[in-house]
Design a protein around this ligand. Sequence first.
Ligand SMILES: NC(=O)c1ccc[n+]([C@@H]2O[C@H](COP(=O)([O-])OP(=O)(O)OC[C@H]3O[C@@H](n4cnc5c(N)ncnc54)[C@H](O)[C@@H]3O)[C@@H](O)[C@H]2O)c1
Length: 269
Amino acid sequence: MRLENKIAVIIGAGQAPGMGDAIGNGRATALLFAREGATVCCVDRDLKSARQTSEMITAAGGTAMALVADVTDEAAMEEAINRVAMTWSRIDILHNNVGISVEGGDAPLEDVSTDAFERIFDVNLLGTMLACKHVLPIMREQKSGAIVNISSASAYWTGHPTVLYPASKMAMVSFTRQIAIQNADVGVRANTILPGLMDTPMAVDRRVEATGRTRDDIAAERDAKVPLLNKMGTGWDVANAALFLASDEAGFITGIELPVDGGSLARVG
Ligand SMILES: NC(=O)c1ccc[n+]([C@@H]2O[C@H](COP(=O)([O-])OP(=O)(O)OC[C@H]3O[C@@H](n4cnc5c(N)ncnc54)[C@H](O)[C@@H]3O)[C@@H](O)[C@H]2O)c1
């Protein structure tokens, strides 16, 4: 029970629709946090999907609630966070999982529009910023708390096929370092996870729809790029890293970026 008695808010705790058994990073994290004793508040713009996650938690004997909010809507985010704070009197963990890429219009530079730029930076960066803005005063008052922001290893990759997603994910790294230092005086920690190629519905199944290729074909192409056993990671790998960073075991760790990428960032050349 590594998160016993902790109140955790997971933004993006639902999951993109998929065609197989793959689990999303956010849902896996919500389930694992609950299994480790946390009360989990599942926030998503898709209430049905957030409810599915919270029902999976309660069916397994855990405690959860589901709330709707779009991360780009400050009033909705503030309301959701206040609701959690009023219900449970504290917030120990904030996990920001929401992120979009090609579905928001990301593309090679010559094809990106101003609308796509605004959409992707709004969801990935503004969304994370708004959640932190409204949770941090609560954590500062408590003099404790842990924030985990889900960025991407693609922030550090060169040769990524699109430009907006990696740029927004790198901005999240810088933002997280700033809030880590600005809140270190009261013991509130903030860290970033850099997932590499993961086998999630968003990353694989959505591409099947977009390209018409088979799931096996897309999965094999992604697997081949991963140094460790030539196999993508899963949502559980991200969840396990998030569990460590959110737990008291990481009590002396703040302002870092933790790759969960099967060695992708270690490879040069
Ligand atoms: N899967 C990968 O290979 C991979 C690699 C690197 C980074 N990541 C990052 O992992 C995170 C999510 O992965 P996932 O597999 O859980 O994805 P997912 O799509 O299954 O889950 C994301 C959730 O966010 C919700 N969401 C989307 N836009 C929202 C908005 N505007 N407001 C509120 N909720 C919104 C969706 O409804 C969904 O439930 C993203 O930040 C992504 O960039 C994934």
